[in-house]
Design a protein around this ligand. Structure first.
Ligand code: PY5
Length: 305
């Protein structure tokens, strides 16, 4: 999917033209994946564009940086303001937001502390990551033969650029085989997450999702879904899951910023079927919240103006 070009990108404190948002070929992170990033969305609401859980995402970016000895050269307030500034500069009502902090030019060895930490925030319109059809009717998922990177090899609590080679291998494998999204098991055979999403199953009215100790990212959407389920008084627990828990689920769905809330129709060719009632209820509430239609969750929205 080509990236739709907009006017400006925020880079190291300034707005630059889209075409000028370039870096040196010898930037450390290009060679070794030594960057950390976020995926965030802004939605159109009756009060203009609102960013969903902006501070929570940027705090995760800071935690990712901490894990890699990469303190960010901007504080939380500055990053919040920069995000709003770049959305305004591009006149977008809704968009995907990609902050990235990376080891830049200045060091080629594997001890990168002498290389600068550069920070950029790009925004662009990005539709449903797994398709509108996927949101409506569900996607075909497949367990990948690639295992989720073990957290003591590459920490799964961080969202580091290099880490995504693992997801890319899984995603390519299953999409080339005709599926929509990959599910990754960890080294112990427990379900971790999707290539770029957290995963939930529903059985006998109980919602379950793998704990972060499984290798699942501590997703902001995941956290939101747990809170929505609690507010609906639907039992929801963190639980180790194995692949057959997906085969025998009454319902299953992916959650993530890019993907949003996407029902799973089938897994490894075992049919789960049309999106079930709990998935639908949670999905509808999620979209109401992000679009500013439920005042009870107002604190999750950061208005751009
Ligand atoms: N698990 C993985 C491996 C992810 O990459 C993501 C987000 C999630 C879970 C969900 O986390 P959250 O709810 O906080 O977004 N993936 C990115 C996203 O923007 C990149 C996807 C291409 O959704």
């Amino acid at each position: 999917m080509p990236i739709p070009e907009v006017e400006k990108i925020w880079m190291d404190g300034e707005l630059v033209d889209w075409k000028d948002a370039t870096i040196h070929l010898l930037s450390h992170s290009l060679h070794y994946g030594s960057g950390v990033f976020e995926g965030i969305r802004a939605y159109e609401t009756p009060r203009g564009a609102a960013v969903f859980r902006l501070a929570d995402h940027l705090e995760r970016l800071e935690r990712s940086g901490l894990i890699y000895h990469m303190p960010l050269p901007y504080n939380l307030e500055e990053l919040i303001e920069a995000t709003k500034m770049v959305i305004r500069a591009n006149g977008l009502k809704s968009c995907y937001i990609r902050p990235i902090a990376f080891r830049g030019y200045g060091e080629m060895g594997l001890h990168p502390l002498a290389a600068p930490v550069n920070v950029a925030i790009a925004v662009w319109p990005w539709g449903a990551y797994l398709g509108e059809e996927g949101i409506e009717h569900g996607v075909k998922a497949k367990v990948s033969s690639f295992r989720r990177n073990e957290t003591n090899s590459i920490p799964t609590a961080a969202k580091a650029t290099g880490q995504y080679l693992n997801s890319i291998l899984a995603k390519m494998e299953v999409t080339e085989a005709g599926y929509d999204e990959a599910v990754l098991l960890n080294m112990h055979g427990h379900i971790a997450d999707g290539a770029g999403e957290n995963i939930f199953v529903v059985r006998k009215g109980v919602v379950a999702t793998p704990p972060t100790s499984s290798g699942a990212l501590e997703g902001i959407t995941r956290d939101s879904i747990i809170r929505i389920a609690e507010d609906f008084e639907i039992p929801c627990r963190e639980k180790d899951l194995i692949r057959t828990d997906l085969y025998t689920a009454d319902e299953a769905f992916f959650t993530g910023t890019a993907a949003e809330v996407v029902p799973i129709r089938s897994i490894d060719d075992r049919v789960i079927g049309d999106p079930g009632p709990i998935t639908r209820r949670i999905q509808e509430k999620f979209f109401e919240i992000v679009k500013g239609q439920d005042p009870a969750y107002e604190s999750w929205l950061e208005y751009v103006d």
